[in-house]
Write a protein that binds this ligand. Structure first.
Ligand code: ADP
Length: 192
């Protein structure tokens, strides 16, 4: 099963993706985690991505599309995967359609975690405080920029998928277990 989780920074995509990974045994692919690993390793991609991520801007489409194309070709993705943080632009969504089409794969579910913006802001600020310096992209100015980036560049993928009749929305303001329950209700036993 291929699952896409959508929603703004701080909506809980990563937390939920980890839970679904455990419950369904399908691997979580977080482009944010992959890019942070690239930055930490000092690879060429990491060097390109570092300043972009610190500002809260998006890494160029061809970079993340390349990362995802390589990753989904690996053996542990054969049973399916959860995309967390990808696609983040309409160009990435189109590229994903093309790469899955070539492999004869289809997306099982696209779930948008719908949240209240102010609550989000508070939640991410709390997360930044907890993490200390661990995530340099989580201070308030950068967060504002990340939310703006989301609205300008990522939100258009919502109508892109809605127009294809593929978008399912859930209430992201429920507690963590409540959000998981809504996702599991959509997924049912598929791929479990
Ligand atoms: P969060 O989970 O807080 O929403 P992520 O960990 O997914 O954030 O992403 C952190 C940063 O990594 C983003 O702000 C962006 O700079 C970069 N990034 C992650 N995924 C993508 C993507 N699909 N396209 C472009 N940039 C990305």
């Amino acid at each position: 099963m291929i699952l896409i989780l959508l929603g703004p920074p701080g909506c809980g995509k990563g937390t939920q993706a980890q839970r679904i990974q455990q419950a369904y045994g399908i691997v979580q692919l977080s482009t944010g985690d992959m890019l942070r690993a690239a930055v930490a390793s000092g690879s060429e991609i990491g060097q390109r991505a570092k300043a972009i991520m610190a500002r809260g801007d998006l890494v160029p489409d061809e970079v993340v599309i390349g990362i995802i194309a390589d990753r989904i070709a690996e053996a542990d993705c054969a049973k399916g995967f959860i995309l967390d943080g990808f696609p983040r632009t309409v160009a990435q969504a189109r590229a994903l359609d093309a790469m899955l089409g070539q492999k004869g794969l289809t997306i099982g579910h696209i779930i948008e975690i719908v949240v209240d913006e102010q609550a989000l802001f508070d939640r991410i600020e709390g997360r930044a405080a907890e993490a200390g310096e661990a995530r340099a992209d989580d201070n308030a100015d950068v967060l504002r920029n990340r939310l703006k980036t989301y609205h300008d560049q990522t939100a258009p993928i919502i109508p892109y998928y809605r127009d294809k009749g593929m978008l399912e929305q859930i209430d992201g303001m429920a507690d963590i277990d409540g959000v998981t329950a809504q996702i599991e209700a959509i997924l049912g036993d598929s791929g479990r």
